[in-house]
Design a protein around this ligand. Structure first.
Ligand code: URA
Length: 207
């Protein structure tokens, strides 16, 4: 069974609290989303392999480490995941970015857009969504990415709930999950409680 990593770093916890506040406006919510995603990407990339190199400093030759031979692809789920990529890409500027658009439909989920890096087979993929709610969209996105033969896949969400974690774990037991909080659960409208409401609307100011 995959691991759920709750990233309890104080900076992440503080920023998520600000995001939860209903009086936080879109501009600040957007900035916080990007900042939290950056910090979570830092945690999710701890296992990138290093190799030792020799670099000439102004003083001497240093034996020092660089990331070796691994390429990253960041794949946000539209639309709320998009803002997360900004933070992540500032940390990994060489990452390629794909996009998957998945929405809820009556009989489950519907993929309406998918554009992935052509060399995804050579990449470690980080799938990003603001929230892991029912787990249906995340599961469908990961189904799709697995079809491409990506080297590895991780999933990051700012917050999650038990229903979403269980769904993702059942469908993709090999995928490691990173999140900042595991909330109480879903309400009848499939919103995370306490959550932070409609993530897309809060990011884009559409409501
Ligand atoms: N999507 C949202 O925008 N909010 C939730 O709480 C759950 C899913």
């Amino acid at each position: 069974m995959n691991k759920v990593n709750i990233i309890d770093h104080p900076l992440i916890q503080h920023k998520i609290s600000l995001m939860r506040d209903k009086t936080t406006g879109s501009k600040e919510f957007r900035e916080l989303t990007s900042e939290v995603a950056l910090l979570m990407t830092y945690e999710a990339t701890r296992d990138l392999p290093l190799k030792e190199v020799r670099i000439e400093t102004p003083v001497a030759i240093a034996k020092t480490n660089v990331i070796t031979g691994r390429k990253v692809a960041l794949i946000p789920i539209l639309r709320a995941g998009m803002k997360m990529v900004e933070g992540a890409v500032s940390l990994i500027p060489a990452a390629k970015v794909g996009h998957i658009g998945i929405c809820r439909s009556q009989d489950g989920v519907n993929e309406y857009y998918c554009k992935l890096p052509f060399d995804i087979k050579e990449r470690d993929v980080i799938v990003m969504d603001l929230m892991l709610a029912t787990g249906n969209c995340a599961s469908a996105a990961i189904d799709r990415i697995k079809e491409t033969g990506a080297m590895s896949i991780k999933f990051i969400s700012v917050i999650a709930c038990p229903e979403g974690v269980e769904k993702l774990q059942a469908r993709h037991p090999d995928i490691e999950i990173y999140t900042g909080a595991l909330d109480e659960g879903l309400n009848d409208d499939l919103y995370i409680v306490p959550g932070f409401g409609d993530g897309g609307d809060r990011i884009f100011g559409t409501k």
